[in-house]
Write a protein that binds this ligand. Structure first.
Ligand SMILES: [Zn+2]
Length: 253
């Protein structure tokens, strides 16, 4: 596959040498993945973060004991669009204009951004993966989210070339941004869209319980060098799994 079939054009700008994170620059509460602002402390950092410690429907979880169910196939309509790539101090994120959708229970959610975690946040039967991609879809009226989680493995098949190409242009500096003329996000999906689904939360503060999660059963296969390009920037940007409590996990079949 030729580079231009996945992404086209890149101009990096910015860089935020003076600030430790964009979150701080924008006046939000600083948080982190370790130490006194790590996941166990998120709920205490600010009153708006309390759900992180008090919520009973938090994410991520260890996906186990899923119930096979006749649930609708995942309905994705993802277009080739422009994109903005940013190193935001917590991850590498691609912001997208509204064009692509996920449809669930007759409701359309618009793909607004996707970003990366290493290692994976979700586990399957206790197993974590080297990386996880979160494709965040938002319902225009309610603000509810439908997040598609794609686990990334470095074993078991041919590596995904678009992911390698994308990893080569990750902005290295905190706050650095780039504009892409075209990104074909659908090229970052594994061949099967069979999924697990459950009701959960954002995995970062404020941990709002507004997310219907769809985690694909089939991982995307990555070149280990693509994973290394991410972990060279962010290693350990994953919230530990939290109790499932009484939630049902359904599995497409
Ligand atoms: Zn995420």
């Amino acid at each position: 596959m030729h580079r231009r079939t996945f992404l086209k054009g890149l101009a990096l700008t910015g860089g935020c040498a003076a600030c430790s994170s964009l979150a701080r620059a924008s006046g939000n509460i600083p948080w982190n993945y370790a130490g006194d602002r790590g996941p166990e402390k998120w709920g205490d950092l600010n009153s708006t973060f309390r759900t992180c410690s008090l919520g009973a429907q938090q994410s991520p979880i260890n996906i186990t004991g899923a119930i096979r169910a006749q649930i609708e196939p995942l309905k994705l309509d993802w277009k080739v669009t422009a994109a903005e790539i940013v190193n935001n101090g917590h991850t590498i994120q691609l912001d997208l204009p509204p064009a692509s959708t996920l449809t669930h229970n007759g409701r359309d959610y618009s793909l607004v951004q996707f970003h990366f975690h290493a290692p994976s946040e979700h586990q399957i039967d206790g197993r974590a993966f080297p990386m996880e991609i979160h494709f965040v879809h938002k319902h225009a009226e309610t603000g509810d989210l439908a997040v598609l989680g794609v686990l990334v493995s470095t074993e078991g098949g041919e590596p995904n070339i678009p992911l390698s190409q994308l990893s080569a242009i990750f902005p290295r500096k905190n706050g650095q941004k780039g504009k892409l003329e075209k990104a074909d996000v659908s090229k970052l999906l594994p061949p099967s869209l069979e999924y697990y689904t459950y009701e959960g939360s954002l995995t970062t503060p404020p941990c709002s319980e507004i997310v219907t999660w769809f985690v694909l059963k089939t991982p995307l296969i990555a070149d280990p060098r693509a994973v290394k390009r991410f972990t060279a920037l962010y290693k350990g940007n994953a919230r530990p799994v939290v109790p499932t409590n009484r939630r049902l996990i359904l599995e497409s079949s």
